[in-house]
Design a protein around this ligand. Sequence first.
Ligand SMILES: O=P(O)(O)OC[C@H]1O[C@H](O)[C@H](O)[C@@H](O)[C@@H]1O
Length: 343
Amino acid sequence: MASISGAAAAPSSAACRLRLRRHILLRPSHLRLRAPHSIADLSRSSSSSSSAPTRAQPLGSRPENGGGVRAVEKDPIKLWERYVEWLYQHKELGLFVDVSRMGFTEDFLRQMEPRMQRAFAAMRELEKGAIANPDEARMVGHYWLRDPALAPNSFLRSKIETTLDRILAFSQDVVSGKIQSPSGRFTSILSIGIGGSALGPQFVAEALAPDNPPLKIRFIDNTDPAGIDHQIAQLGPELATTLVIVISKSGGTPETRNGLLEVQKAFRDAGLQFSKQGVAITQENSLLDNTARIEGWLARFPMFDWVGGRTSEMSAVGLLPAALQVNAFPFFLYVDFIHTLSN
Ligand SMILES: O=P(O)(O)OC[C@H]1O[C@H](O)[C@H](O)[C@@H](O)[C@@H]1O
């Protein structure tokens, strides 16, 4: 990730989007996601075949798979040659993949090439919006979230970008105090959601949030009544300045609803108005979405049907909690980093 030294004022969401776009435009073509011409392109870092060092001979080939497997090379010189020939490097990310100690042969790569080409063809179809979930007639497009330009049409692209803009604007307004609870600036976040609607935000909070985030986050991620009571008790009077984010793709998960009902009761008991502090992240017109709309919650953000719960980290599910835990500039770098990583 680029250095954040010299960071000045938080950029506007438009500036963030602009930089995201510029990043897409300026990205060197060799870094673009593409199907390699040959599977060997995947692993070879450099060197033409004519200048390639002599490769170790297969040591332990298995006749049943045509000799594609070999024992791991032990000779240090040959191992070094194998390392030099096959090291994959992505300079921009500082990512290196060393496959030299894996027991494969050239033959293995030749055998796999038709299968890989079929996989790349299937991926191309998927990326163009093919229905990959026939039971529910849904596309599978979570990777469009990381690069909206990949979305199969302008409608979807604009939905992704608009949502990203709204997340940035809302989180900046909450962190700066422009949007407040009736009792003052928001000081913490309570996330209610389970499974795919909790794991990504928990991981990011654990891995990336600063030691003293603008808003500290807590999670209710199961229906254990003692656990729910514990989180509410830990907040104590801070409930009055807690932003409650209710996350559910389907909007009807009973565990999440139980958590919501318990928290709403705690608000009532404390004489607080939940709607002034509640945010919903869910599919449009779900039970949760309709509840939030009818009760007039502070905000609603969409979850798309073409994003699986377990791959929703770069949707509002993951980005809103992340944006609220860091100030806007590092959040932008986070989006930028994920974008680079995915390409
Ligand atoms: O996001 P929701 O619709 O509330 O679903 C939340 C979770 O519910 C269950 O635990 C499913 O097994 C998970 O795959 C899903 O992520």
